[in-house]
Design a binder for this molecule. Structure first.
Ligand code: FES
Length: 124
């Protein structure tokens, strides 16, 4: 069902866990399947994501897309990270089965929630 690239990332996911001293956290649930993903990030004063990690109770596609998306935003500014779409993540993974595309939305949503919350906390 999954291509080799997805299976490779699923078997050896990167950036799994929780960032020490994180200052941004986002947790989202997937409406389609009920699975959950959480992302933690440490964002520096210049708005650069110094580190990011994820935890998910999702399927192989959720693990692979979360790992890939997390890797794609480390070192980026929060504005750049907000532009990351699930399509780019799926392309990076060389495709997902159509019935698994909804899994790739978890990471994109969690990144958005974490950055939103971070910005709100900075505004206070
Ligand atoms: Fe729930 Fe994939 S089936 S995240």
């Amino acid at each position: 069902m999954y291509n080799e690239k997805v299976m490779e990332v699923f078997r050896n996911p990167q950036h799994m866990g929780e960032v020490e001293n994180y200052n941004a956290i986002g947790t989202v649930g997937n409406e389609t399947c009920g699975d959950i993903m959480q992302i933690t990030m440490r964002i520096n004063d210049e708005g650069i994501i110094e580190d990011a990690k994820f935890k998910t109770f999702g399927c192989a596609a959720a693990v692979a897309t979360s790992s890939t998306a997390t890797g794609m935003i480390i070192g980026k500014s929060v504005d750049e990270a907000l532009k990351l779409t699930n399509k780019e993540v799926v392309t990076e993974l060389e495709g997902l089965p159509p019935q698994k595309i909804h899994c790739s939305v978890l990471a994109e949503d969690a990144i958005r929630v974490a950055i939103d919350e971070y910005r709100k906390s900075k505004a206070n």
